[in-house]
Design a protein around this ligand. Structure first.
Ligand SMILES: CC(C)(COP(=O)(O)OP(=O)(O)OC[C@H]1O[C@@H](n2cnc3c(N)ncnc32)[C@H](O)[C@@H]1OP(=O)(O)O)[C@@H](O)C(=O)NCCC(=O)NCCS
Length: 204
């Protein structure tokens, strides 16, 4: 098993820039497997609103850490935690973002009174090649630990379900169960209809 270390993101420009670059690195990979429609072809780092929102998320995560708000549910609105994975040599290989409130496009699809955290994003940096091996699973394991520590009974996420549901299968292999389907037009750019699937992993 690969030696993966996980740390909290720092409220620094470097971590935000790294995460955006990791998203950018996914685009040629997605195109190569027939999944270009997942995120389109415009680099995330070239979308001003995405850069602003990522910078805010990293800042919020840093604030939560600085205040030692590991916290228990219910968590304050805006609670955000971002984890960064590192290879044995210390290279940043991936990132995962947890939030307390599910995004509006899936909120109505979750059971009433759910006690959960929501995974806003999970990404590995394709530029790091084999160094990123095991990063996705390790980040999910860290998120599960956080959910447990917060007193949550489940970890929710969502993903694109196009291209034959390949990404849904990845999450199923990681112990998630696929739930309701939904559609958000323009989620990643104008004219991109986006068909997604809610995902849930029970915290034990
Ligand atoms: C999803 C991800 C974090 C998993 O990282 P990982 O645990 O290190 O695993 P891998 O990168 O080896 O991917 C595992 C498998 O899922 C597949 N996969 C990964 N992302 C995929 C995607 N977006 N669509 C379809 N298949 C995908 C890989 O091709 C691989 O398949 P294989 O086992 O048949 O080779 C990483 O692959 C990634 O960043 N993917 C692109 C971005 C993405 O889709 N993130 C999730 C958004 S909800």
């Amino acid at each position: 098993m690969a030696d993966v270390k996980i740390r909290l993101a720092l409220s620094s420009q470097e971590d935000a820039a790294f995460i955006l670059a990791a998203f950018d690195s996914a685009l040629p990979f997605l195109a190569s497997i027939g999944s270009e429609a997942q995120w389109g072809s415009v680099p995330f780092s070239a979308k001003p609103d995405v850069v602003v929102s990522m910078t805010k998320d990293v800042q919020r995560s840093g604030d939560v850490s600085a205040q030692h708000q590991g916290g228990r549910l219910p968590l304050p609105a805006g609670w955000t935690r971002i984890f960064i994975s590192l290879s044995a040599s210390g290279t940043r290989t991936g990132a995962l973002c947890l939030i307390a409130e599910p995004p509006s496009y899936v909120a109505s699809l979750l059971p009433e009174g759910h006690q959960s955290l929501f995974m806003k994003f999970l990404i590995t940096d394709r530029r790091t090649g084999v160094e990123a091996q095991g990063a996705g699973a390790a980040l999910i394991a860290r998120a599960m630990q956080e959910a447990r520590d917060c007193g949550a009974d489940s970890l929710y996420s969502d993903c694109w379900e196009g291209n034959g549901g390949r990404l849904v299968r990845f999450y199923e292999q990681q112990g998630f169960t696929a739930g309701a389907a939904f559609r958000v037009d323009g989620k990643h750019g104008p004219g991109l209809p986006w068909q997604g699937r809610v995902l849930c992993k029970q915290v034990r």
